[in-house]
Design a protein around this ligand. Structure first.
Ligand SMILES: Cc1ncc(COP(=O)(O)O)c(C=O)c1O
Length: 440
C-alpha cells in the first residue's frame, strides 16, 4: 500500500496523517471528511520554488486555486510565497478574503464577466490572462471607464496537447481557450493590445493539459512559443517579460502513475528557455508556472464510513460508503482512478477485491472498481487517497447531500478549515412559491 506524505500506520494499526489518528478525526468531525496533509503541500511548494531559486531564475509559482479554493489553503499558499491563479469572481473573492496580496493574483477564464473584470481592476490584481478578442474589447472599455491600466498576458494555444504520457502536436488546436498560435490570431491580438493605452502586455501564457508525467510537452510548447517570439521581435519590436507555461504536473493516484519530482519539470523548463533566449539574443523572461493538482492532490484523503454491502455471487461485491459523486465526481466524470484502505484495519490482510459504491441515486456513482481491501464491516473507516484536487472544489449537493467538512493536519494537530454543511444549509437559498393561480 502506498502512503503519501506524512501518512503512516500507527501503533494501533490505524492510518495516521500529519501525526493525527484518522479515527480520532472521524469521531470528532464526522464523515465524509476531507483531510489535508499540510506538510506535503508545503514540501511540494518548496520543491517548485527552490528549483527556480537554485537556478537564480526570476519566477512565480502560482497555485491554481481551482484545484481547491478556500481561505485556509490560500493562506498556506501565501505563507509559502506562492502566487495565485483564480478563474472566477468567487475564487478571486476567496483569495481577497484570505488576505492574499492582490499583486500576486492572476485571473484566468475564457468568459470573464464585466463584473469580474471590474473587480480584478478595482483590486489592482497582478495580471489578467486575456483569452479572446471579446475580452480585449470588454477589458479595454472597463479600463477606460476606471482610468486603469491592466497588466495582461495573452493566452495562446500552441498546438501541443499533453496528457499523461501522450502528447499530440497539431498545427491548430481545437480548444475553447486562447488565441491560436498558428493562424494569425495571436499576431492580431498583439497588434490590438499594443495599440491600446489600456494594456501593459507582460507576455504570453499557455497550458497544455493535466496529469503530465514527462517534460517533453512543456519543451515542445516552449519551442513553439519561442519560434514565434523571434518573428514578433521584428514585427512588433516586442519582447516579453513573462512566459507562463501553465500547470498540469502529474501526481500518483495509483501505481500506474509515475510522477516526476517538481524540480525535474522546472529544471527542464529553465534549460529550454535558456537555450532559446541564447538563440534569439533575448533577455531571460520571468518564468511563471501554475501547479494545482501537484500542490494539493495527494495531500488530500477522504474518510468515509462503510455502510451497506451487496454481494452478487461470481460477479462482484459492492461496498457502500456515506459519500460518493457529491464529494468526488471525478470517477463518474472522467473515470478517474483511486486507491483506498480501511483506516482502522491498516495491518489486516487484504482478502478480496471490492467495488466502492457511493450513496447517490445514480448507477454511475462508483468511486473505485475492484480495490483490494480487508473484510469490511459496517462502521469501518474507508480512506480514499489523493482526493485533494478537484474533489471539494467540484463537490455538489446532488440528492441534497450536504458538503463534507475539511480538516487540515500538521505536526500532530488538526484544525477545521471548512465546516460541514447542515440540512438547514441545504434549504438556505430556497424560497416558497406563492402561486397566484392556487391562491386565487
Ligand atoms: C490555465 C490553467 N492553469 C493551471 C491549471 C492547473 O492544472 P493542474 O491542476 O493539472 O496542475 C489548469 C487546470 O485546468 C488550467 O486550466
Amino acid at each position: 500500500m502506498y502512503l503519501h506524505g506524512s501518512s503512516k500506520i500507527n501503533q494501533n494499526g490505524h492510518l495516521e496523517i500529519g501525526g493525527v489518528d484518522t479515527l480520532e478525526l472521524a469521531n470528532k468531525y464526522g464523515t465524509p471528511l476531507y483531510v489535508y496533509d499540510v506538510e506535503l503541500i508545503r514540501n511540494r511548494a518548496r520543491g517548485f520554488k527552490s528549483a527556480f531559486d537554485k537556478a537564480n531564475v526570476k519566477a512565480q509559482v502560482a497555485y491554481a486555486s481551482k484545484a481547491f479554493s478556500s481561505v485556509a489553503i490560500i493562506q498556506v499558499a501565501h505563507e509559502e510565497g506562492l502566487s495565485l491563479d483564480v478563474v472566477s469572481g468567487g475564487e478571486l473573492y476567496t483569495a481577497l478574503a484570505a488576505g492574499f496580496p492582490a499583486s500576486r493574483i492572476h485571473f484566468h477564464g475564457n468568459n470573464k464577466s464585466q463584473e469580474e473584470l471590474r473587480m480584478a481592476l478595482e483590486h489592482n490584481i497582478g495580471c489578467i490572462v486575456v483569452d479572446n478578442f471579446y475580452e480585449i474589447e470588454l477589458l479595454n472599455s472597463i479600463c477606460r471607464e476606471l482610468e486603469a491600466k491592466a497588466k495582461i498576458l495573452l493566452r495562446v494555444t500552441p498546438g501541443v496537447e499533453a496528457h499523461t504520457h501522450d502528447y499530440i502536436t497539431t498545427g491548430q488546436e481545437d480548444s475553447k481557450f486562447g488565441f491560436d498560435l498558428h493562424n494569425g490570431q495571436v499576431e492580431k491580438a498583439i497588434d490590438q493590445v499594443l495599440e491600446l493605452n489600456s494594456f501593459e502586455l507582460l507576455g504570453f501564457h499557455c497550458h497544455i493539459g493535466s496529469q503530465i508525467f514527462e517534460t517533453t510537452g512543456f519543451v515542445l510548447a516552449a519551442d513553439k512559443i519561442f519560434e514565434k517570439l523571434k518573428e514578433w521581435k521584428s514585427q512588433f519590436s516586442f519582447v516579453p517579460e513573462v512566459i507562463n507555461l501553465g500547470g498540469g504536473f502529474g501526481i500518483r493516484y495509483t501505481e500506474e502513475d509515475e510522477p516526476l519530482e517538481p524540480h525535474v519539470y522546472v529544471e527542464k523548463i529553465i534549460e529550454t528557455v535558456k537555450n532559446k533566449i541564447t538563440d534569439l539574443n533575448m533577455n531571460m523572461p520571468e518564468i511563471w508556472i501554475e501547479p494545482g493538482r501537484s500542490l494539493v492532490g495527494d495531500a488530500g484523503t477522504t474518510l468515509y464510513t462503510v455502510g451497506s454491502q451487496k454481494e452478487i455471487p461470481d460477479i462482484r461485491k459492492y461496498l457502500a460508503i456515506d459519500g460518493g459523486m457529491s464529494d468526488n465526481i471525478r470517477p463518474s466524470l472522467y473515470q478517474a482512478k483511486y486507491e483506498a484502505a480501511l483506516a482502522n484495519k491498516m495491518n489486516v490482510k487484504h482478502e478480496n477485491k471490492v467495488s466502492i459504491a457511493g450513496k447517490c441515486c445514480e448507477s454511475g456513482d462508483m468511486l473505485i472498481w475492484d480495490v483490494p481491501l480487508p473484510e469490511a464491516q459496517p462502521g469501518d473507516l474507508l480512506a480514499v487517497f489523493c482526493t485533494g484536487a478537484y474533489g471539494y472544489s467540484m463537490s455538489n449537493n446532488y440528492n441534497r447531500i450536504p458538503r463534507p467538512a475539511v480538516v487540515f493536519v500538521e505536526n500532530g494537530e488538526a484544525g477545521l478549515v471548512i465546516k460541514r454543511e447542515t440540512l438547514e444549509d441545504i434549504v438556505r437559498l430556497d424560497l416558497p412559491y406563492k402561486s397566484k393561480v392556487m391562491n386565487s
